[in-house]
Design a protein around this ligand. Structure first.
Ligand SMILES: [Ca+2]
Ligand SMILES: [Ca+2]
Ligand SMILES: [Ca+2]
Length: 734
């Protein structure tokens, strides 16, 4: 210590406020640094503070305003707490903290200020009611809904709370759950339930209430509905992603499902329902190749053309739960369809769970259950049978698709005229690439990253909604189809391969005007003894590869493929023109013989959007991510949409026909009975009268008596019900 004692003393003296202050944190839990010379607190309690403005001329005349404020405070029996922020001439005066004060003092201070020559304006301060723009719900299970707000693993949620804070909750949008029913009487569903969008195709009535079943298993649709639109702040269970939206139910999975039922379901109330959430598909056994049949396909296509006043129904489908059987969603026609939004799952750790399927047509992923150590999805549950109305065990890609449907509802609130293709585009533009050990991320020629496991990435509600806000609809859909390319070529065994290609020229695309790609699909027929060993890779002109036909160990089917359509989204935004190459190889075991590729056909879907326009949209979308458009009154015009002819509803459902038939039979039976009754009664009466007149023996009448009495009683009952006077049997009976 080189400092002389006097200097040390001075230093100590100058530090004393700091030393004194340094004890304060011991008494408080706040670690905030306290300024060395604390200003008096800017507030002095409700009803105890006064804001005053001194006359401006005092300042112009060069008076010391601080001193004048001090005088004013003194005259009014108050304490000057200094200038209010940066407002010159404005001071905060407080009731002395030590003096007990009564209302009289307060009004005295008010009077003193009102008559004070220095004071131009004064006001007793009131406590303003302001609530933080943060989301807090009283729903008891909300804290456990990690997929909405993950406090344990940062970033492992759908990033939706900022969207809710801006009052975007899906208002005006209806999502329909096509499933085994929706228990719409639940406290978390009922206020958001849309009977107008609902139907029961299993029982053919308008009420999709789930039916109890042998395994207490018909809770699936209700759980999905809760994920989408569970009511918030009702002190019950959970909160939906789009808790301001309406949710409808179409009951179709509780019984035999036919192509026509599926077709009806996909277009049911399609001017009411905006988003169709379908958490189901063909068997996930690793050997099925199936999808929508002709009517279902036609209904999907009709839905995107005529649904939502022509903006197109949004069909969200789950990628499937056959991961453990090596199943792949390219063998699932719903996931392959260009009309659907195919959604896969990741667990809370961001990794692809054991059950999740991968494919080249996957658009994106969102959260669901994972391994045993990971949490599942908390949502509504049915309250029938073993259900409690709330569950923390909703799992599989079934749980992922409704979350996506809910996020799309949020997008549609912000911009109701987004077309079915706009929604797919926005997902491709905004989904987030992230690290997962199993991901095979590749960036395509247009700068979009895609992985067979995660699609374009993780759905992010904030990004989706901000992009939706500034999104101008893409040009209309155009397609190009190659001729059917007859090959009859042997599929070579690995490591050799059959390579086929088709060149799409500028002239080919001239008529449609297609410049950039969306979906690319390949329809193929091959003969093979064990199709699961064949691997098919498609290369777009950019060189981007898609594994459209993955190997499946369990698929030992001997029928090959007959016109099966594989599709990929991995060339999204790329230039359509150029050479497309198919590489097919057979990872067969030596015992099986080689198969044959009979014929194939290439179909390109896209629009006249130029490659440069794609890049410009990418830039615009990223620019919107600050939230500035969402915060402002910014809005793009929306076209009115088409006038679609009202749905053809058959007024006579099979149920109503059955009822009518029953009613008819009953009426017929009743009229016959009634006629007989009248006839018999007349006969009886005549007998009675005749008997009376002839003076028959008492015994004979006694034999008749009980029967007659019974008949008469019956007739009295009939009389009362039918309100038709029968003959005067009452007199006879007495
Ligand atoms: Ca029903
Ligand atoms: Ca709730
Ligand atoms: Ca599957």
């Amino acid at each position: 210590m080189a400092l002389p004692p006097s200097s040390s003393f001075l230093l100590l003296l100058s530090l004393s406020p700091l030393i004194l202050l340094s004890v304060h944190p011991l008494h408080t839990s706040s670690p905030d640094p306290t300024p060395p010379f604390p200003a008096p607190p800017p507030s002095c309690g409700p009803g105890q503070s006064w804001a005053v403005r001194l006359h401006e001329h005092l300042d112009r005349e060069g008076h010391d305003l601080d001193r004048l404020a001090h005088l004013v405070a003194k005259d009014a029996g108050l304490e000057n707490r200094g200038q209010i922020g940066q407002l010159e001439g404005h001071y905060l005066l407080c009731q002395g903290a030590d003096e007990g004060h009564v209302d009289g003092d307060v009004s005295g201070a008010g009077n003193a200020l009102a008559s004070h020559p220095y004071v131009a304006w004064h006001s007793q301060e009131l406590v303003l009611s302001r609530s933080k723009r943060s989301v807090a719900f009283n729903d008891p299970k909300y804290p456990k809904q990690w997929h909405l707000h993950n406090e344990l693993r940062a970033g492992m949620d759908i990033n939706v709370t900022g969207v809710w804070e801006r009052n975007i909750t899906g208002v005006g949008v209806t999502v329909v759950v096509v499933d085994d029913g929706v228990q719409h009487t639940l406290k978390d569903i009922q206020p958001n339930y849309s009977p107008e969008g609902s139907y029961d195709l299993n029982s053919n009535d308008p009420d999709p209430m789930p039916h109890p079943d042998a395994r207490s298993d018909n809770h699936h649709g209700t759980r999905c509905a809760g994920e989408i639109a569970a009511v918030s702040n009702n002190s019950f269970c959970a909160v939906g992603v789009a808790y301001g939206s309406k949710v409808a139910g179409i009951r179709v999975l509780d019984g035999p499902l036919t192509d026509s039922m599926e077709a009806i379901a996909f277009n049911k109330h399609y001017q009411v329902n905006d988003v169709y959430s379908c958490s189901w598909g063909p068997d996930d056994d690793g050997r099925t190749v199936d999808g929508p049949h002709p009517l279902g396909k036609a209904a999907l296509q009709h839905g995107v053309i005529a649904g939502r006043r022509g903006f197109g129904s949004i069909f969200v489908v789950a990628s499937g739960n056959g991961g453990q059987y090596n199943d792949n969603c390219n063998y699932d026609g719903y996931a392959n369809s260009i009309y659907t939004v195919t959604i896969g799952a990741v667990g809370e750790n961001g990794q692809m769970p054991f059950y999740a399927e991968e494919c080249a047509s996957m658009l994106a992923v969102t959260f669901s259950s994972g391994g045993r150590s990971l949490r599942s999805i908390v949502t509504s549950d049915w309250s029938l049978q073993e259900g409690t109305g709330c569950t923390d065990a909703h799992t599989g890609t079934s749980a992922a698709a409704p979350l996506a449907a809910g996020m799309i509802a949020l997008m549609l609130q912000v911009r109701s005229c987004l077309t079915w293709r706009d929604v797919q585009h926005i997902i491709a533009y905004t989904a987030i690439q992230y690290n997962d050990v199993r991901a095979d991320w590749e960036t395509n020629g247009a700068g979009f990253h895609h992985s067979h496991q995660h699609g374009f990435g993780l759905l992010n509600a904030w990004r989706l909604v901000n992009a939706a806000k500034v999104w101008v609809s893409v040009p209309y859909l155009v397609s190009y189809q190659s001729p059917v390319l007859k090959e009859e070529r042997t599929i070579l065994a690995y490591p050799e391969r059959l390579v086929l290609s088709w060149n799409v020229t500028a002239a080919d695309l001239k008529q449609s005007g297609m410049k950039t790609l969306e979906h690319v699909s390949v329809t193929l027929t091959m003969a093979h003894q064990r199709r699961g060993t064949v691997e098919i890779v498609l290369f777009c002109p950019s060189g981007m590869s898609s594994l459209i036909g993955a190997r499946r160990a369990l698929d030992c089917d001997r029928s090959g493929y007959v016109d099966w359509t594989f599709s990929t989204v991995r060339c999204w935004g790329e230039r359509a023109e150029g050479q497309y190459t198919l590489q097919i190889t057979d990872h067969k075991d030596p015992s099986t013989s080689l198969g044959t590729l009979n014929h194939w056909k290439l179909t390109l879907y896209g629009s006249s959007m130029s490659f440069e326009e794609v890049a410009e949209r990418q830039r615009l979308v990223e620019e919107a991510m600050g939230g500035q458009y969402l915060n402002s009154n910014f809005s793009l015009p929306c076209p009115p949409g088409l006038d679609i002819a009202p749905e053809k509803v058959n007024p006579l459902t099979s149920n109503s026909l059955k009822s009518l038939l029953l009613l008819g039979c009953f009426a017929l039976f009743w009229s016959l009975y009634y006629t007989l009754e009248v006839v018999l009664a007349n006969l009886d009466m005549r007998e009675v009268w005749r008997g009376c007149r002839r003076g028959r023996s008492q015994g004979a009448r006694l034999e008749e008596g009980p029967e007659l009495e019974l008949e008469l009683q019956l007739r009295r009952g009939v009389d009362m019900d039918a309100k038709v006077p029968l003959i005067t049997t009452g007199d006879l009976a007495t």
